[in-house]
Design a protein around this ligand. Structure first.
Ligand SMILES: O=c1ccn([C@@H]2O[C@H](COP(=O)(O)OP(=O)(O)O[C@H]3O[C@H](CO)[C@@H](O)[C@H](O)[C@H]3O)[C@@H](O)[C@H]2O)c(=O)[nH]1
Ligand SMILES: [Mn+2]
Length: 462
């Protein structure tokens, strides 16, 4: 049998973590082909050794940046220029046929049958199915194709600034030429996306072989993992973390685990990665809490909007689907309809509401221009068990008449606090709205509760 291999790419230690998990996932499904990991000189030697020790073939390549900042800016993904480095895979001529896998993919069932396919085979992109997604593709290494691709890249550029746009232009007959080149979606199931077809997942999900965590954040971006705004059918991030925690994490030292934020802002965060007890950290970011977080974000958005517009909207935001709030359009129906999962008129106040602003807006509430809205929030109950309540996705939550614990504030207090926070902390609010929420840090539920308790305490003092 001519030599065949899986191929992936990691240009830094962060994506190398993804490659390590991918390597373990391939092993666990007993593939008969090796994994070649293309790396660049930014990958640390410690990480190279790790990759080598999980029987990956490590192949150093040069970074090839598209330098196509206009197109990249369009995508708002400036880091993607680096994915042009992917083209190096055509130069791996020791192999006659390969399957490329992004470092953010996870193989959950054996799919060695992919090697029976021909160049160029790929699955449709979930965002634009007339294009293929370049996270999983079958190809034949060839210096001829390699240099043609490079010339094409220089001459034509990429319509999305990344390799996917380029490869789609180059293999432009993919969608029409030969149906066998169109891989089934189960070989590249987008694990997040603005659109997900849940009934189809229920029906066909058991056949999924490769999961692809496209977009940001990636599963290994621990500090961001909690900010996944889009729900993922199945617990694939949980599966990813399972491998990560059991096979990869124990072999990494904390300096080998840079936390990478979206947009390639590499930030070292030893304090939040491994110096804290690992178990605690994992618990804090584990995907089990995902639906809680989604509802948490959604609820906060409702509160912001409700506090700012008018009573009608406020009423709608609390009682019904917030169809008039366009920024919700990326959330699936189940998350639009918070009335099923949230106790009505229950609010969680974000951490950036300072006790001071809370206090002053309280004493000053008669002057608040939001008092009309406040009526809508009458007797807002902030209680700890909201956490459990919002976590139950499919159960209808029955609000309790009397909270067993927690803090009760009036609607005026709460909405005025929200309103003054809007004014006093616009940058933090922006961060919230963009989904950059520090659930395990300053925006953690416990922190928020503490802040509210402090505020109320200070108000009770004579
Ligand atoms: O700094 C980086 C960025 C990317 N990669 C590699 O390139 C792949 C693609 O980047 P990724 O962040 O996974 O992109 P996606 O979020 O998957 O976005 C889409 O757009 C990319 C650019 O067109 C395509 O490469 C992807 O296949 C496509 O799914 C990664 O998996 C890695 O293998 C690196 O090694 N270092
Ligand atoms: Mn990817």
């Amino acid at each position: 049998m001519a030599a065949e291999a899986w191929v992936t790419l990691a240009t830094n230690d962060s994506y190398a973590v993804g490659a390590l998990v991918l390597a373990h996932s391939l092993k666990s499904v007993n593939t008969t082909r090796p994994l070649v990991v293309m790396i660049t000189d930014q990958v640390s030697s410690a990480m190279r050794n790790r990759l080598g020790s999980v029987s990956c073939l490590v192949q150093e390549v040069n970074v090839m940046d598209s330098h196509d900042s206009a197109h990249l800016a369009l995508l708002a993904r400036p880091e993607l220029g680096i994915t042009f480095t992917k083209l190096h895979c055509w130069a791996l001529t020791d192999f006659s046929k390969c399957v490329f896998l992004d470092a953010d993919t996870l193989v959950i069932q054996n799919c060695d049958e992919l090697f029976e396919r021909e160049e160029f085979s790929a699955a449709a992109d979930a965002g634009w199915p007339d294009c293929f997604n370049s996270g999983v593709f079958v190809f034949r290494p060839s210096m001829e194709t390699y240099s043609k691709l490079l010339s094409f890249a220089v001459a034509e550029g990429s319509f999305d600034g990344g390799d996917q746009g380029l490869l789609n232009s180059y293999f432009s007959d993919w969608a029409t030429k030969d149906i066998s080149r169109r891989l089934p979606f189960i070989y590249n199931m987008t694990a997040s996306g603005s659109y997900s077809y849940r009934p189809a997942y229920k029906q066909f999900g058991k056949n999924v072989r490769i999961v692809h965590f496209i977009g940001s954040p990636k599963p290994w971006q621990a500090s961001e993992a909690s900010a996944f705004q889009r729900p993922v059918p199945g617990d694939h991030i949980g599966q990813w973390w399972n491998i990560f925690v059991n096979h990869v994490l124990p072999c990494l030292s904390s300096d080998m685990l840079p936390i990478q934020r979206p947009h390639n802002q590499l930030i070292e965060q030893p304090d939040v990665s491994l110096s804290s007890p690992i178990k605690e950290r994992i618990h804090a970011t584990h995907i089990d809490n995902e639906s809680l977080r989604l509802d948490y974000v959604a609820l906060m958005k409702q509160l912001w909007d409700a506090a700012e517009v008018n009573e009608t909207v406020a009423e709608a935001a609390i009682q019904t689907r917030p169809t008039n709030l366009t920024e919700f359009s990326h959330l699936p129906a189940s998350n639009h309809d918070l009335s099923h999962s949230l106790p009505k008129k229950t609010a969680i106040i974000p951490s950036f509401i300072e006790p001071d602003s809370f206090a002053s807006s309280h004493t000053d509430s008669a002057e608040s221009k939001h008092t009309g809205v406040a009526a809508q929030f009458a007797q807002l109950v902030i209680k700890e068990d909201t956490r459990q309540a919002v976590g139950k996705e499919d159960q209808h939550y029955q609000p309790q008449d009397t909270p067993h614990h927690g803090v009760v504030v009036t609607g005026e207090e709460a909405s005025a606090a929200v309103a003054s926070a809007v004014a006093s902390a616009p940058s933090t609010r922006e961060a919230w709205e963009q989904g950059h929420i520090d659930y395990t840090g300053k925006d953690s539920f416990d922190n928020i509760m503490e802040k509210i308790a402090k505020t109320l305490q200070s108000q009770q003092k004579p």
